[in-house]
Design a protein around this ligand. Structure first.
Ligand code: AQP
Length: 334
């Protein structure tokens, strides 16, 4: 009997810093699980990172570290393709063709472009503007069936679908239409200092995020400093108690406890006990990953070999798509 073909899924993460607890909960921890069900391609999106100015040595280091962290968190190179975006030149080759098939007006409507240009007014570069075309290339080049997206990327995926459909209609059916893949526990983790803002690895305030490499002591201290409120009651209310609710979300993810159970557990206790328990749940979850990360990162040759093999496997798929697209749009092939 013919085996059912697994759906293909593509996911990426930018090496703009060390991964945070937000990256872990929102993305990384799901990636290992997805390997059971899907054919997975995992990309360290170094080209996307360039839309914001990066310190070259740091970007290089973060790229290898990102790969090591993904391996430590359970990505299995025997089952999934793990690669660095810039190691597969076809992405940028397809990007150009897609840019020429995307309207200025479409890109102008992207809210992330508006947000990021407001955040970096001194560097509103063309890459920031055309970023969604490169993202479309990342997805369409592998004919990915599914793309895990958080709220912030929904608009970009919709644009990728529009670009794919337009290309398929103008030339002939070429690209698979990618669908969003919404993970069940899609919790958005907020900054520990400004709980109405997303926790981000590039935040300038180090107390606002937990890094996956933070020591138990750092984790405990950052949670103790986390902004809460003056009510002193552990109760979920994202509107009026965003800080406490954010801590409850984190605790819930790592202990599997529902909000009502957490409220009962800390009834009559102060925020001190609660914060300590949340911190401990994070410390316990991160400990084995951190041990594995240190071991893997020390073996640079291993990480680099995984990435070389990953890039070769990714390129085998990507190059075929690019060649097909180049032929269809009329570029002379000898
Ligand atoms: N706070 C968060 N809560 C839940 N999920 C999050 N993700 C990021 N922050 C949170 C998810 O992590 C994946 C990779 O994100 P990315 O590195 O490609 O870019 P990002 O979303 O811009 O992440 P950061 O940490 O905020 O990076 P910087 O500071 O460089 O902009 C995505 O799946 C994202 O949803």
């Amino acid at each position: 009997m013919e085996e059912m073909k697994k759906k293909r899924i593509l996911s990426g993460i930018q090496p703009t810093g060390t991964f945070t607890l937000g990256n872990y909960i929102g993305a990384v921890r799901n990636w290992a699980v997805m390997q059971e069900q899907f054919e997975c391609l995992y990309m360290v999106a170094d080209l996307h990172a360039l839309t914001v100015r990066q310190e070259p040595a740091a970007l290089r280091a973060h790229t290898r570290e990102a790969a090591a962290m993904l391996l430590a968190a359970g990505i299995d190179p025997a089952r999934s393709i793990l690669f660095v975006q810039s190691h597969v030149p076809s992405h940028t080759m397809l990007n150009w063709v897609l840019c020429c098939n995307t309207q200025f007006g479409e890109l102008s409507r992207m809210t992330q472009y508006k947000d990021k240009s407001a955040k970096h007014p001194d560097n509103v570069n063309a890459g920031l503007f055309t970023y969604p075309c490169l993202m479309a290339a990342d997805i369409l080049i592998y004919n990915a069936d599914l793309v895990p997206v958080g709220g912030d990327q929904k608009q970009h995926l919709e644009l990728s679908r529009n670009i794919a459909q337009r290309f398929n209609n103008t030339y002939s059916p070429t690209f698979t239409m990618p669908e969003p893949y919404i993970t069940k526990a899609g919790a958005k983790i907020m900054s520990l200092q400004e709980p109405t803002k997303k926790m981000s690895k590039s935040d300038t305030n180090a107390n606002s995020f937990i890094l996956m490499t933070d020591t138990p002591d750092q984790i405990m201290k950052k949670f103790k400093r986390a902004v809460t409120d003056s009510e002193g009651v552990v109760r979920a209310d994202s509107e009026n108690k965003p800080g406490v609710t954010n801590l409850m979300s984190i605790y819930s993810v790592f202990t599997g406890k529902e909000f009502s159970r957490i409220e009962a557990e800390f009834a009559g206790k102060g925020y001190g006990d609660f914060k300590e328990a949340v911190a401990q749940s994070v410390i316990d979850t991160f400990r084995p990953i951190q041990e594995e990360y240190a071991r893997i990162l020390a073996d640079k040759a291993y990480v680099d070999q995984v990435l070389k093999d990953g890039a070769a496997a990714a390129a085998r798929i990507a190059d075929r798509t690019t060649a097909k697209v180049y032929r269809k749009v009329g570029l002379l092939q000898l």
